[in-house]
Each structure stands twice: as structure tokens, then as C-alpha cells.
Ligand binder design. Structure first.
Ligand SMILES: Nc1ncnc2c1ncn2[C@@H]1O[C@H](COP(=O)(O)OP(=O)(O)OP(=O)(O)O)[C@@H](O)[C@H]1O
Ligand SMILES: [Mg+2]
Length: 297
């Protein structure tokens, strides 16, 4: 039987054993206790303005050191998920009304956003949200607002080595190109020395070449600095090229998850998220098959 025909107990279709199982399988000692994920979102429900139910029992795990992709169409609830984790929901009259969010094993839902930054989670918002009437340098220093150590200048140098263009552009950040603004937003996150970065659609509005460049930097940051990344994207292809695991969400729930390779090979994912399965989609007579119902619904 196809794995997709056997939803798990939570109603979600699973392509792979869950991530902790995978890690456990590769562990040398059978007696070792499996490491808990760095971030665990457990069955959360989110409501805006006391009435609008947007997340309906969403769960996901992000292992330490991983890049995990969260994919889905417009309005699926991807940004809401990130805001629930970073605490920024509060600024939009949103609330986690059920379930819990655990970071390093501790519950963080309900905590103020600045305290969540201090714990090591930094969100790079959708649309970049840099301060346009400040310089790049001033924007980067803003990212270090929680820090009291003396290594801020050294970290500024580090950010400029990742993004040399930012050093050259000394004018106001509002005049930077879309790609440069995205790089500045990522650089600002790095200035907080986060354990984990939540990225909301870093590819948005960028040319294919710049998308490649930004995603290469995301991968480098993850590898060099060991920063764990939860990556929200509509560009599933770009996200799955750097992620080890992915979740697909629709209407406030995860409907499918698996390793990046498994998701890339999945027919539904190809059809609905990766821009068609090769030549078939180009042919009008195959429109019927293209329009068929998603198997996970
Ligand atoms: N502040 C808010 N108040 C009320 N409803 C909201 C608010 N923010 C989002 N929503 C609703 O929640 C749903 C999910 O929105 P969300 O922004 O999380 O989706 P998304 O997956 O990030 O979409 P996109 O790909 O377009 O960014 C949408 O129906 C949206 O209208
Ligand atoms: Mg969004």
C-alpha cells in the first residue's frame, strides 16, 4: 500500500519515520536517549482577534543544526506559524489557544518576543522589514539589541564577509536592491547570535539568480555557524534544495512531511508545488490529470 494511503494517527500523511526516529537510527549506542528536537511545535491552535481560527493542530520538529522547510500556498498559515514561535503573534492580536511550543525542551508560548530573542530565536520577517531610513550598519546594529558583550564589532565584520556588497553600500537601506535588503535582513538576524533563525520567504521578489545566491548563503550560514533554520517558502524547489526535511501545510495543518529527497520525488508535491512533473504539465490533454485532487486531502 502506498504510504500516502495510510495517514498517521494525527491525520497527517508521513513519507518518512519522524526526524527523531531517523536520528535515533543513526545513533551508535542503542542505550542512548534520543536527543529532543531543538524546536518542537505540538498540536498548536492559533486564533486571531479572538475568533479567526487559523492554525488547527499544527505540529512540527526542527532538529538542532538542521534546515527544515515549511511549504504551502498563500494563506496556508506559514507566517502565522513563525509568528507563533517568535511570539510576534501578540503584536497582531493573535494567540496560541491550544498546544505548546518547546524550545530546548522549555515551553515558550506566551512569552514576550524580546525574551524569545534572548533565548536564541530570531525571525526574519516576510517582506524583509529593514528600517529604510537607517543605513545598513545601523540596521545591523539593531539586530544586536539584546547583546551586552564586546564582540559586536567582530560580528559586524563577519556579516560583511558574508555580504560584502552591504559594506560597499553606505547609503540608506531603503535604496538597497531587493536582494541586498534580503541579505541585510539575514545579516541583522546573525547579529543577534541566534541558535535558530525563522525565515519567512527569503526568495520573495528576487530574480532566479538572486534566489540562488541567497539560498547559497543560507546554506553557508547553517554549515559554518551551526545556526538551525526553519525556512518558510512558496518556492518549494529552492527550499528543498537546501533543507534536509520539509513539511507541507494547507489550511492551518501539516498535510505531508518527509525528507527533502522524498518530498522532491513525491508526485503530488511535484504537481502542486514544484511546478509540474516534467513535460506532462505542458500538454493540454493532460490537464485533467493536472487538475486531479490532491491525494492527501
Ligand atoms: N493579523 C491577522 N488577523 C487576522 N487574520 C489573519 C492575520 N494574519 C493572517 N491572518 C489570516 O490567517 C491565514 C493565514 O495567514 P498567513 O499569513 O499565516 O499565511 P501564509 O501561509 O504565510 O500565506 P502567504 O504565503 O500569502 O504569506 C490567512 O487566512 C490570513 O488571512
Ligand atoms: Mg506568509
Amino acid at each position: 500500500m502506498d504510504a500516502r494511503d495510510k495517514p498517521g494517527h494525527d491525520g497527517r500523511n508521513k513519507l518518512a519515520p519522524n526526524m527523531t526516529d531517523t536520528l535515533e537510527a543513526s545513533r551508535p549506542s542503542p542505550t542512548a536517549v534520543p536527543a529532543p528536537p531543538l524546536l518542537a511545535v505540538r498540536n498548536i491552535e492559533v486564533v486571531y482577534d479572538d475568533v479567526i481560527l487559523v492554525l488547527r493542530g499544527l505540529s512540527l520538529d526542527v532538529p538542532k543544526g538542521a534546515i527544515v522547510a515549511l511549504l504551502g500556498a498563500n494563506g496556508a498559515g506559514k507566517s502565522t506559524t513563525l509568528k507563533a514561535i517568535s511570539g510576534l503573534l501578540k503584536t497582531e492580536d493573535g494567540e496560541v489557544t491550544r498546544g505548546e511550543i518547546l524550545f530546548e525542551g522549555e515551553r515558550i508560548n506566551g512569552i514576550d518576543p524580546d525574551k524569545i530573542v534572548r533565548r536564541g530565536i530570531f525571525q526574519v520577517m516576510e517582506g524583509r522589514r529593514i528600517v529604510s531610513d537607517m543605513t545598513s550598519l545601523e540596521n545591523l546594529k539593531l539586530g544586536a539589541f539584546t547583546r551586552r558583550d564586546r564582540e559586536v564589532d567582530a560580528d559586524l565584520d563577519m556579516v560583511f564577509t558574508y555580504f560584502p556588497r552591504l559594506k560597499e553600500r553606505t547609503g540608506l537601506a531603503g535604496y538597497l536592491s531587493g536582494g541586498e535588503q534580503q541579505m541585510l535582513a539575514i545579516g541583522r538576524a546573525l547579529m543577534a547570535r541566534p541558535k535558530m533563525i525563522l525565515m519567512d520567504e527569503p526568495s520573495m521578489g528576487l530574480s532566479p539568480l538572486l534566489v540562488k545566491e541567497v539560498f547559497a548563503i543560507i546554506q553557508t550560514i547553517n554549515r559554518d555557524l551551526g545556526v538551525t533554520i526553519l525556512l518558510v517558502e512558496q518556492n518549494a524547489r529552492a527550499a528543498l534544495s537546501v533543507a534536509s526535511h520539509g513539511y507541507i501545510m494547507e489550511q492551518g495543518k501539516v498535510v505531508l512531511d518527509g525528507t527533502a529527497d522524498e518530498l522532491r520525488d513525491n508526485e503530488d508535491v511535484k504537481e502542486f508545488y514544484l511546478g509540474g512533473a516534467g513535460d506532462q504539465r505542458k500538454s493540454f490533454k493532460n490537464l485533467k490529470s493536472f487538475k486531479r485532487r490532491k491525494r492527501w486531502l
